[in-house]
Design a binder for this molecule. Sequence first.
Ligand code: ZN
Length: 250
Amino acid sequence: MRVLIISDIHANLSALESVLEDAGEFDMLWCLGDLVGYGPDPNECVNLVRGLPNAVCILGNHDAAILGQIASESFNPEAREALDWTRNALTESSTEFLKSLPESLESFRLIEQEHAAVTLAHGSPRQPIWEYLLDSYSATSNFDFFRTPYCFVGHTHIPVIYQLVDGKDTATLIIPEANTEFNMTPRAIMNPGSVGQPRDRDPRAAYAIFHVEDELWEFRRVRYDVKSAQQRMKKIGLPDRHILRLSAGW
Ligand code: ZN
């Protein structure tokens, strides 16, 4: 069974389409939040994801801010500008879809296999909407907040694996190489990076495929038409900073 793991699409349809094309066939899709915010194609991205068979999504902080569930003041001025534009651009049906998303999913069991249960959260299992897992220290303290062998998170836009090894106090931080497979060993927190706004100085869209039976994390990168996404952002008048950063991945 192949599960496509995507996160932080941020309304970038060019990136999302390239990922779906590159990923090939999959049995399920798990989207770890932030479908919208920053990018020019919020309705297109929501419609594409919700229309895919066996798609499961959770709520991200940008999605929650658009719904008024968290204060826009907690975002920087440019992110807020994009949030305001997105709120107006979203159709009622797209907004309803975002409203239906859960904050996290626990013990999400795919098949009757010991390690097939996974926890999904946008930021972290401790604080699903807000916490950034940017280092081993914060990751380590989060292992007490989920019971499954694995937890998949997004939010930082940086692909990473935190592996908890028996006898060690701190989780090991592993940066996966693009287009390689990683043998998963319980317990671990995995982040597939961002589809629509990568921040690890690699502008290619990032995602992963979870091979359930083999317990493999296949981390992938794919080029997409950055220019066309940037042109749409410019036309709408979205902040320059968000347009620029897509070229270099920051
Ligand atoms: Zn995000």
